[in-house]
Design a protein around this ligand. Sequence first.
Ligand code: S3P
Length: 438
Amino acid sequence: MIAAEPREAWVASPGGPLRGEVHVPGDKSVSHRAIMLAAIADGTSRIEGFLEGEDTLATARIFEKLGVRIEVPGASTRIVHGVGLDGLQAPTHPLDCGNAGTGMRLLAGLLSGQRFDSVLIGDGSLSRRPMRRVLDPLARMGASIAAHDGFPPLKIAGGKSLRGISYASDIASAQVKSAVLLAGLHAKGDTEVREPHPTRDYTERMLRAFGWPIEFSPGVARLSGGHRLRATDVSVPADFSSAAFFLVAACVIPGSDIVLRRVGMNPRRTGLLRVLRAMGAHVDIEAMGEQGGEAVADLHVRYAPLHGIDVPVDAVPDMIDEFPALFVAAACASGTTRVRGAAELRVKESDRIATMASGLRSLGIAVEETEDGAAIHGGPLRGGHVASHGDHRVAMAFAIAGQVCDGEVQVCDTANVATSFPAFDSLARSTGFALRES
Ligand code: S3P
């Protein structure tokens, strides 16, 4: 069962300057995890700042199908009546994760220790994303998950007793780490995950906030089974990855001057800031504070001419979702920007190296692709047609490109923007983008 691919399109035209304050929606990674942990906690949790995006709504719907009552007292708020670690009910139908890799991979871990069978399905894009990276460690823990040659749907057999493992992952992936840790909640003994480069640590922090004993430091996390989660309230910060589109847009649209309010600043997410600053960007971090245990800040961004750089390989995992936006910044920069060590981009919602390279080429930018990156030669952008291949972040990146072209840019297949950033287009327009539906 594969959901129909949604199709819509935008016309982006020369616009700006961008002005004013921008409040972007809640963090997608944190919203997924908040629903998951609240659902299997003892007691009632309140989530504020929940992302009303299709990905996270899909996760919430899945837990409702697993017998969890979730109230919606107001926009971006959820009250989750947790059923406890073993309180989920067997689903009667396949569980649809939509476009969400995070939803599917984390759920694979969480459901592999349940008493009941379950099936995880997704849309066309998710059905082409590799799952072996979670299936292999979960199988070592004793899980039984059938897939089509490593791709969804995932058929999870219930009633397996899991055992803890020590897992050295060869890819830097928070989804892999989180799937193993969530399976570890139901496992006998200790579960440890080591990563080749530290990744976002929201699962670890949130497990601790829900009272599960866990040790972690950058690149390693360790927990043992046999505890319980206690309900807690979660305040979700604004998503850095959504803020990134406004950040880059303000950097490249002459005359722009905006403030992005209360943006999540987890250091495993903010690699783009480091890279844009090295390219000459003008970004001030103001009013640094804390929200729900996460660092947040206001980002004051002003236009400044950018120059190309070699993106440091060690920054890649800290900006893994920001490459579509970075490619546009690189196209607007003088000189060449080189990206290496980013092969993971090929297995995101689309092959982001290929989709960004071909889209930029059709706007007149020279891009050389490599297996694990690209060289982007900055230059004048002209109008044209680009395909987002249903990839939300690619679509939003080309909406920025349209603001600095010498003509109109048609961006096809934009409906999936709602997976992570509902109402991006109206927020963008209110900030100064010239962007309309076609
Ligand atoms: C995420 C981890 C990253 C990221 C994705 C969200 C998460 O994926 O690209 O958007 O919430 O754990 P990988 O684990 O595949 O790097």
